[in-house]
Ligand binder design. Structure first.
Ligand SMILES: CC(C)(COP(=O)(O)OP(=O)(O)OC[C@H]1O[C@@H](n2cnc3c(N)ncnc32)[C@H](O)[C@@H]1OP(=O)(O)O)[C@@H](O)C(=O)NCCC(=O)NCCS
Length: 171
């Protein structure tokens, strides 16, 4: 059984967030001590995930990190979001794969059930609306939504919050 399997079948159900985080770290995830991952998240290649200070990953998220996932500080990833760094090259004879990193900058918000695809950078303070599928880079403080995601607006640049991750005992 791989470290990913161990996490996805067993660890993600442990109702003790700090213990889960310690196991994720022992298996290679680079997660800041103040960051928080809620229950039942699924990982591929968790050794290629970096999560910065105070960032929060909601419950039931899916992070496929074969190409590498870098999440900055004070990033909020809401529940059921997906980050996918791998794809198949559909016109190749052997259906070969290509992995590209995803980067999410400080204070971005990825709302519920949004999907971020391979090679995308989400700029500082950007907002990805619920249910969006992001296929291209998102500029700093842009608000994007839809499939494929398009710019819906701009966020106030005057933000300086630090997320206070106080996980409830069992989340
Ligand atoms: C991104 C978001 C915050 C924008 O909220 P807002 O600025 O208050 O926007 P509004 O609700 O006023 O809607 C503005 C427009 O965007 C559209 N819109 C809102 N949410 C949308 C979405 N997820 N996808 C596409 N379009 C959306 C609205 O239909 C509206 O369109 P209109 O101007 O043609 O009528 C909100 O849409 C969203 O995605 N919320 C996510 C909620 C969530 O995930 N919560 C988790 C809790 S941690």
């Amino acid at each position: 059984m791989t470290g990913d399997d161990f996490c996805n079948f067993f660890v993600n159900w442990i109702p003790l967030p700090r213990l889960r985080k310690a196991i994720y770290r022992s298996l290679g995830m680079d997660i800041h001590p103040t960051a928080h991952i809620m229950r039942n998240c699924q990982f591929v290649a968790l050794g290629h995930i970096h999560i910065g200070a105070r960032s929060i990953i909601g419950h039931d998220c899916f992070l496929d990190a074969k190409g590498g996932i870098s999440i900055g500080c004070d990033v909020n990833i809401s529940s059921f979001a997906k980050i996918i760094t791998a794809k198949h090259l559909i016109d190749t004879a052997d259906f070969s794969g290509l992995d590209k990193p995803v980067t999410i900058r400080d204070r971005a918000w990825i709302a519920s059930a949004a999907t971020i695809l391979q090679g995308v950078e989400i700029g500082e303070g950007a907002v990805v609306a619920a249910g969006a599928v992001v296929t291209k880079d998102v500029g700093s403080f842009a608000v994007v939504g839809g499939i494929p995601a398009k710019v819906m607006g701009t966020r106030n640049r005057n933000i300086d919050y630090r997320l206070k991750s106080r996980p409830s005992r069992f989340l």
